[in-house]
Write a protein that binds this ligand. Structure first.
Ligand code: LLP
Length: 431
């Protein structure tokens, strides 16, 4: 893996963010999530600065905290001067516990409960992203009861769906998310929201996909949403200010992945906005971007200890590790690919092709079917790169496996952001 914070020391050990990963595994145990906090902070700063450079700061970067949520990451975002996207009461609660400014939070979800909406209003969330007529009615009722006004955005389905290597301009209507622009439902939703005295409609939002490597779908999204805002102005007279374009910028999991430098998304989108707004004679909107994966993904690795090595002659070699789908479900769920290295033999050639198996009672519990690694066996430490996003946040206690801790590395110091779950933690809610 070619990344500035990855190297090999003279003991042949993998070094991550200046730390010998074999030592980290020894000190904190395995499985272990390790994150380079300096890299996270630098990426956040890059997004913030590119918003300033390309758009004179008329916007807000909101970290999509579903990618990795714990109190510490909200503190990092707060210190680095960005907002956050939360999608459940749990993420919102965690942000609040970390002292995050609720005015800088976008609160998402396609089926928020009345209790969640009430909690979001009580917290003082700046933008609740409404996703249904029912939600608009519920919000109006709750806000009226509290004598408050709720700042809202509407989630739209812009008819663009992007995947890693292509995007569909007219796809995406068949979705559980958002009011479809094409069917006229989005305009109806705007009119509905504008008619509610306790709702302050600040703008619109869309999210077109994740792990995207192209600029074009984002440009197209900006155009489509601006076209919609102009239509809203023409039909209702309302000039809405906020344009939340969601996240989705891709990262490198394997050498085949070729991410666009993230500043380029901001450059491309803001350039499109300037052109489109000039053409429509519409004031430049306040832009919100919601990167998740690209802020934390490549800044994380996972360390495991290899246990059994099973050779099935002529078939496959299996390396079993002390974690698996409980700490990284992405291979089982999406067939996601990763890059592996044996941390204590990192200098060696990768001459072994092996399946990496987890420890759950489930044959689908794999991290890879054909990983390339150095020759290795029981007691060796296996490192998996780019596990900072959607690994810890999607971890489970299947088979009552405790979740691993998260250790943060910052400028030569290591500190725990999340401690290892104990066996006692596992039965804490059992009666
Ligand atoms: N904003 C909204 C409204 C979203 O739904 C998402 C991701 C993001 C922002 C952040 O997208 P990102 O920059 O992280 O791509 N579990 C999947 C990813 C699901 C993403 C869902 N929404 C995975 O492990 O690949």
């Amino acid at each position: 893996m070619h990344q500035d914070n990855i190297s090999i020391n003279n003991r042949g050990h993998l070094v991550f963010a200046g730390f010998d990963t074999v030592e980290l595994a020894r000190e904190y145990g395995t499985p272990l999530y390790v994150m380079d906090e300096r890299m996270i902070r630098d990426t956040i700063a890059m997004y913030r600065v590119s918003m300033e450079n390309y758009y004179q700061g008329r916007g807000l970067v909101c970290y999509a905290s579903k990618a990795f949520s714990c109190k510490h990451i909200y503190r990092v975002c707060r210190e680095e001067g960005i907002g956050a996207d939360a999608v459940s009461m749990g993420e919102l609660y965690t942000a609040m516990e970390a002292g995050f400014d609720p005015a800088l939070i976008c609160y998402h979800g396609n089926n928020k409960t009345p209790a969640e909406l009430e909690y979001a209003l009580d917290c003082g969330v700046g933008r609740i992203v409404a996703d249904s007529f029912r939600e608009l009615d519920l919000l109006e009722e709750i806000a009226a009861r509290k004598g408050r006004k709720a700042g809202i955005l509407l989630r739209l389905c812009p008819g663009i769906e992007a995947h890693t290597h292509d995007f569909i301009r007219t796809g995406g209507i068949d979705s559980k998310f958002g009011f479809a622009i094409e069917l006229g439902i989005a305009l109806e939703a705007v009119e509905h929201a504008l008619s509610k005295p306790h709702l302050e409609l600040r703008g619109v939002h869309a999210h077109i996909g994740s792990q995207i490597f192209q600029l074009e779908p984002f440009r197209r999204e900006a155009e489509v949403l601006m076209g919609f805002l102009a239509e809203v102005r023409a039909k209702t007279g309302a000039v809405l200010s906020d344009l939340n374009l969601g996240g989705g910028f891709g990262i490198r999991y394997t050498q085949a992945d070729d991410p666009v430098p993230y500043g380029q998304y901001m450059e491309a989108v803001t350039q499109t906005l300037k052109e489109t707004c000039a053409g429509l004679d519409y004031p430049l909107p306040f832009v919100i971007m919601e990167p998740g994966r690209s802020i934390v993904g490549a800044a994380g690795i996972t360390l495991y200890e290899i246990g059994n090595r099973r050779e099935i002659p002529g078939v496959r070699t299996y390396l079993s590790v002390d974690g698996g789908m409980t700490d990284n479900i992405r291979y089982a769920l999406y067939g996601a690919e990763y890059t592996f290295t044996v941390a204590n033999r990192a200098g060696g050639d990768k001459t072994l092709t092996a399946a990496i198996a987890g420890r759950c009672c489930e044959s689908g519990d794999l991290l890879a079917k054909e990983a390339r690694v150095q020759q290795c066996g029981p007691g060796d430490i296996l490192a998996v790169f780019s596990t900072g996003a959607y690994n810890y946040s999607m971890a489970s206690n299947y088979n009552r496996v405790p979740r691993p801790p998260v250790v943060m590395l910052l400028d030569g110091t290591a500190h725990l952001a999340v401690r290892r779950e104990s066996l006692a933690d596992l039965v804490r809610n059992d009666l």
